[in-house]
Design a protein around this ligand. Sequence first.
Ligand SMILES: Cc1cc2nc3c(=O)[nH]c(=O)nc-3n(C[C@H](O)[C@H](O)[C@H](O)COP(=O)(O)O)c2cc1C
Ligand code: SF4
Length: 510
Amino acid sequence: MSTTVYISRDASALALGAERVARALAEQAQRAGADVRIVRNGSRGLFWLEPLVEVLTPAGRIAYGPVQPEDMPGLFAAGFLNGGAHVLRIGDIEQLPYFARQERLTFARVGVTDPTDLADYRAHGGLQGLQRALELGPADIVKTVTDSGLRGRGGAAFPAGIKWQTALNAAGTQKYIVCNADEGDSGTFSDRMLMEGDPFALLEGMIIAGLGVGATRGFIYLRCEYPHAQRTLEAAIAAAYAAGVLGADVLGSGRRFDLELRLGAGAYICGEETSLLDSLEGKRGQVRVKPPLPAIKGLFGQPTIVNNVITLASVPIILARGADYYRDYGMGRSRGTLPLQLAGNIKHGGLVEKAFGLSLRELLYDYGGGSATGRPIRAVQVGGPLGAYLPESQFDTPIDYEAFAAIGAMLGHGGIVAFDDTVDMAEQARFAMEFCALESCGKCTPCRIGSTRGVEVIDRIRAGVARVENEALLRDLCETMVNGSLCALGGLTPYPVLSALQHFGDDFRQ
Ligand SMILES: Cc1cc2nc3c(=O)[nH]c(=O)nc-3n(C[C@H](O)[C@H](O)[C@H](O)COP(=O)(O)O)c2cc1C
Ligand code: SF4
């Protein structure tokens, strides 16, 4: 009988050598005459343990990590195919506090199943949400999503149910479901992990969205920098068509849903939903003036739902378990769970899916284990390159959309980037303006011109040129950008700049 061994094919694991480990394992097994079946799964999201190898034994899955190819002879000698003792033996990964304390709803299957095996997906609860949706009418599907309290996970946290209701009510000859898989924010990787580790969950969420609003066509807009996600999605879409999950007769229901994968060309602004739609239409990605909302007039002028990967992938469990099940997690108006991503100067980087409500401090220390350098964490940027920098005094802020807004910050896509006390926050502020100047779509003046002027003003402040006057000018410029920009790129860039100035002002005066 063969032994099943799991080695991740997630990009993070591959970057740490998982491919070489899989090859070494296959070679060693051949030499030892052992019958081994290697499953390339998604990552469990504990990056410091990658490449992680899990062996399926009668006592459950036993993990070893981080494994290098040269460890293979020793692992075989230690009888690791039977869960034998070894210095790299971790045991049951789900018992580690980092994992055990999480609430994995959206990521329940990531790192567990074979990402492109539909039978494995079904065996782990997959397609139950879709089956339930097929029993409900569109209005009840939308009501379930509304009642769950799910808000968009792409950044703006707009209630998904309201958006779906708008599209359901809108008249159109061809409605669309568009998945925003551009994932441009620094320090974020949950979309990628989900697509590489459990792509069927996204597909299922999109089909349910289609049934909910009356759309029969969908597009996944994927950033081209994600070749592994691309391959996994292509395989999953092909498998879903072959099994009749996608296509003219979804699960034998007579309902149609077709899905295509499209690649972006690498512009940050193409993650903004209206630029994304322009890009999907084959144009240069530029922000559209709203209204009209995409839910009323979106792709090719038709009613279109644009939702983030995590938003859509959270829908199947909501339909399968009911709105209340999901809604019971979280606090205030932030319901359900958020897959948080710990990155930057952090000891235990990775994915932590938790109900809203835990504090930033718990995340950084109880999960992250403090900085990787061992020095004090001085600042944290939450929510990508447009997020504010938070000082230590704000680390007790709960992970909640409203609590973050109250301190002038945002949760965004849940990316958390930590910096130790060697960081130069004036340099970080400069980078925010520089990033905006590079990525601006150029449509409006405060962003296009303001960001370049912002870099210059910060340079003058740092050089000690008319510091007081230039600081006042910088604040003035930021105010203009916040109030005068057409979209959140120009409108939010001042947040990292002003928060750096407010909390780390000394760094500008060296
Ligand atoms: C400059 C900019 C970049 C954005 N990039 C992304 C992105 O990469 N992925 C994403 O899901 N949303 C991104 N958004 C948010 C989208 O415009 C939109 O709000 C989101 O796709 C809606 O989906 P949701 O409601 O499920 O979050 C970006 C917004 C702006 C202003
Ligand atoms: S704020 Fe910047 S990115 Fe947004 S529309 Fe204006 S120029 Fe384009």
